[in-house]
Design a protein around this ligand. Structure first.
Ligand code: SF4
Length: 439
């Protein structure tokens, strides 16, 4: 009704809706924009604009190899819907590096890219603090050339002026003081630079948010930096809770936490990812330390409403022939990658028939009747599995050994129950090969 009250209420139908009320309902459901009403007055449009703004601002950073979003979250707990903008991870560049060392550091950061369950996980940003002894602004250009989005941290007026005199338009984050922000807010927007202001308490976060809003900025980041990590988590939590539960828009900005305070910085970085940080900057570039963080992020930012799945089809691992085994599993991504990696580890070429179970795991699919003998047999027939092999045998997961008899009857093939856990596959395949006289 709040939206309806701001409409002209003439029911003229020019918006293709039968009435203003129907149109208001469409706007509320996100199926129409208030701009589709040609008769709304500018004051009401501005009010509606503000009402329809997401409680937590969302914007994109495009300075690196790939564009990524910050903010825009709609729920406090992931199970309520999903989280939308994965925490960006930045690696700190130590001050005072020479040209060659900078290149090597950038190469190490860019190498922090991994593939896991079919998705690419990588570090997005480099973060540099002004050493205060030279042309800091040059780093803005350097990071862009290296394909990294950049966070530039400085409290020196000449450095801020230098950065702003080099229009970028690609979303470099400038982490600076309130005073310098106040002096240069409009230039920052023009230069495409995203301001980040340091905040040590919830009150300071509110003040910084109010400063962004008063400056009319659609982009701004709260740099959470109290000495105590418990306090940092409290601010992160309030910056999620207050905008969503109480429409406190001053706290509705993405957040950044740079090198979370000790004792264990990496552990704290993990906690910050779990507790709503939009950007986490770490001082690590070792793959063994960074991969667990990226894995954690991947797990938190997958959509719990949609299991990650792979294409259901017949996969050929290695170069299988008529003597090769045929294994059957579901198209839950984690299941597929675990099983296929274990087959690869066995060094025995094999066929892997992946059944469409809407991305659910073996036991879940079986209990929901999506991995039944009839369905498995349909896929066996569809991919003409019987014609690919000379031994007439297929392997089903050990957890669903009870499907064996019925599947044998339907398919006319011999059905063998494989191991219950994927790590048993290499030994199982080697034994099967030996028994068949191939080992
Ligand atoms: S165009 Fe505007 S005034 Fe006309 S029916 Fe739609 S909402 Fe109402």
């Amino acid at each position: 009704m709040d939206i309806f009250k701001l409409l002209p209420r003439t029911n003229c139908r020019e918006c293709q809706s039968p009435s203003c009320l129907a149109f208001a309902m469409k706007v509320a459901a996100g199926k129409a924009s208030h701009r589709d009403c040609p008769h709304i007055d500018p004051g009401s449009a501005a009010t509606l604009e503000e009402m329809m703004e997401p409680p937590i601002l969302r914007f994109e950073i495009a300075g690196g190899r790939k564009r990524f979003a910050l903010g825009g979250e709609k729920v406090i707990y992931r199970h309520e819907e999903t989280f939308y903008s994965p925490t960006a991870v930045g690696v700190e560049i130590p001050p005072g590096l020479g040209e060659q060392e900078l290149k090597e550091k950038a190469a190490r950061i860019k190498a922090l890219s991994f593939e896991r369950v079919g998705q690419e996980l990588s570090v997005e940003m480099a973060a540099i603090e002004d050493p205060g002894d030279g042309d800091f602004a040059r780093y803005a250009g350097w990071a862009g050339q290296e394909g990294l989005a950049v966070i530039l941290k400085t409290g020196r007026p000449e450095s801020v002026e230098g950065i702003l005199s080099r229009p970028r338009g690609d979303g470099a984050v400038l982490y600076t003081t309130r005073e310098l922000f106040s002096r240069h807010a409009s230039q920052m927007a023009e230069a495409g630079v995203i301001p980040c202001l340091p905040v040590r308490s919830v009150q300071e976060a509110e003040e910084a948010g109010a400063m962004f809003r008063e400056a009319g900025l659609k982009k701004g980041i709260l740099g959470i930096c109290p000495d105590d990590f418990g306090q940092a988590l409290e601010i992160l939590y309030r910056c999620r809770l207050e905008p969503l539960a109480r429409r406190n828009r001053n706290l509705g900005f993405p957040t950044l936490i740079w090198d979370p305070p000790s004792p264990d910085r990496l552990f704290n970085a993990a906690a910050a990812i779990m507790k709503y940080a939009s950007i986490v900057v770490i001082d690590e570039d070792s793959p063994g330390r960074v991969l667990p963080l990226l894995t954690l992020r991947q797990n938190i930012f997958t959509d719990p409403r949609r299991p990650i799945q792979v294409e259901a089809k017949l996969y050929r691992i290695g170069d299988p022939g008529p003597q090769s085994p045929v294994l059957i599993t579901t198209n839950f991504s984690l299941t597929y990658f675990t099983v296929s990696q274990e087959i690869e580890a066995s060094r025995i070429p094999a066929f892997l028939l992946v059944i469409d179970t809407d991305g659910t795991s073996v036991l879940t699919a079986w209990s929901a009747d999506r991995f039944s003998p009839r369905i498995i047999n349909d896929w066996i027939v569809k991919h003409q599995v019987g014609g690919l092999i000379s031994h007439g045998r297929v392997v089903i997961p050990g957890h669903v050994a009870m499907l064996k008899d019925e599947l044998e009857e339907l398919s006319g093939l011999q059905v063998v129950a494989g191991p219950r856990e994927a790590q048993g596959i290499p030994e199982f395949l080697r034994k099967q090969a030996q028994e068949a006289g191939q080992g």
